[in-house]
Ligand binder design. Structure first.
Ligand code: PMT
Length: 401
């Protein structure tokens, strides 16, 4: 397992809210990602979910009582705090947030928080009126000012029947926040990385577009991986069904021209540009204003070149391109290193079913500006991203920026 969570020691605090059931899913996904999860349940939480459920999922003891003589942590209330890489409280109730803001330590969870040096991430869940209350807002502001990461809440339908702010974030979003918080002091801290993703769409008429098979997965994995190493990430995304990754600035575009404008604006402050998007090389010379009607005979579309974003974007930043090739992979990719003035090229063979468009894995060859090639095995797109970012990080350092 090579994700940001593998081997991390996570203390998961769960406090009494109907959203407790979601904490079971979070615990399960953290364990699946390779984390060691120690759960602390408040008394309120035990009224909604059982310690046994968490113990079954995490395969570790669950703490519910500061004074439990049978617990492995009974002699040392701060034992969990010392081991933690991060303390996550999800869901965090109004009462829990108020106790944290006041610095109270009257139960196993708040005792652990006060004793921990690790970052604290708080994911509130409550009724909308409770969230809006000035006391709650003041308490959250106080926690933020101490460096606590507040994840959510989200807006939507609440258990009370009200609609408003107060829903616990969903597990994938919480996992994003946790990974990002764990990695915030990583080797890309203080760096800005611009990443493009997805396949651009070039309108033919109001109904039809010219596009390609890019799902956006490669670019999104890069954005998450860069975020998890501490980078500020601007993700310029062509249409995709993927949700916005937490703590990433997403700029949605449709056409190659819109992507060019968004990238050129974002790179003014950037240390690196990574173009994983499949950008149309051609677009209809003019899009019809009305739907083109079916008629007898063939239809000829006149196409014109789009701007080559990578070739046009001029550094000082590190420039990384992708090449999706169906033949002569390395030779074709090497030619693009030169023609686009790249520091690094990521070549992927799209004829391999485990590689390229739509898959969760990719098989790539990295080619540097001296045209030296390194072939990588089939890896998840997140793992491929980490290998690319190892190179990008070294290139940024070598540039003296
Ligand atoms: O999104 P997924 O489903 O995960 O699939 C990932 C991917 C296959 C799309 C990705 O890994 C990939 O290979 N992206 C680049 C595909 C491509 O269009 O390559 P290209 O050889 O046409 O372009 C070379 C490079 O120039 C690319 O970095 C491209 O973003 C860039 N380019 C291309 C055209 C253009 N007008 N401007 C550009 O900047």
């Amino acid at each position: 397992m090579a994700g940001a969570l593998a081997g991390k020691h996570i203390v998961l605090g769960v406090t009494g809210s109907i959203a407790c059931y979601k904490a079971l899913d979070l615990a399960s996904k953290l364990v699946q990602a390779g984390a060691l999860v120690d759960t602390i349940l408040s008394y309120g939480a035990t009224q909604f979910v059982t310690p046994l459920a968490f113990r079954s999922l995490t395969h570790r003891e669950v703490v519910t009582d500061t004074f439990d003589l049978h617990s492995q942590f009974s002699n040392e209330h701060v034992a969990l705090a010392q081991q933690a890489d991060i303390v996550v409280i999800a869901p965090a109730t109004v009462h829990c947030i108020a106790k944290l803001a006041a610095g109270l330590a009257d139960d196993p969870l708040t005792t652990t928080v006060i004793a921990a040096k690790a970052p604290l991430l708080v994911a509130p869940a409550m009724d909308a009126n409770m969230f809006d209350h000035p006391a709650t807002q003041e308490n959250l502001a106080k926690l933020r000012s101490r460096g606590v990461v507040i994840a959510g809440p989200a807006a939507g339908r609440l258990a009370s029947g009200l609609t408003g702010m107060g829903r616990l974030l969903e597990t994938p979003e919480l996992l994003g926040y946790i990974s990002a918080t764990l990695g915030r002091k990583g080797d890309l801290e203080g760096r800005t990385v611009v990443i493009s993703a997805g396949g651009t769409q070039e309108p033919i008429d109001p109904v039809r577009v010219i596009t390609n098979h890019s799902s956006g997965k490669m670019g999104y994995a890069l954005a998450e991986a860069a975020r998890d190493r501490g980078a500020k990430v601007v993700l310029v995304a062509a249409p995709t069904s993927l949700p916005n990754p937490p703590l990433v600035q997403v700029v949605r575009v449709q056409t190659a021209q819109q992507m060019a404008e968004a990238v050129f604006k974002a790179v003014r402050q950037a240390d690196a540009l990574i173009m994983a998007a499949a950008v149309a090389d051609y677009r209809p010379a003019s899009a019809a204003e009305q739907k083109i009607k079916k008629a007898a005979g063939a239809l000829t579309l006149e196409l014109t070149n789009t701007t080559d974003i990578l070739a046009t974007a001029k550094g000082p930043f590190v420039k990384v391109g992708f090449a999706a090739e169906s033949q002569d992979l390395v030779e074709n990719a090497r030619a693009k290193v030169r023609s686009k003035g790249l520091d690094l090229m990521v070549a992927n063979d799209i004829t391999d079913p485990q590689s390229g468009f739509g898959s969760d894995t990719n098989k790539v060859t990295l080619i540097d500006k001296n045209l030296r090639a390194e072939e990588l095995p089939v890896l998840t797109k997140y793992e491929v991203s980490q290998r690319i970012l190892d190179r990008v990080s070294a290139l940024i350092l070598a540039s003296g920026a």
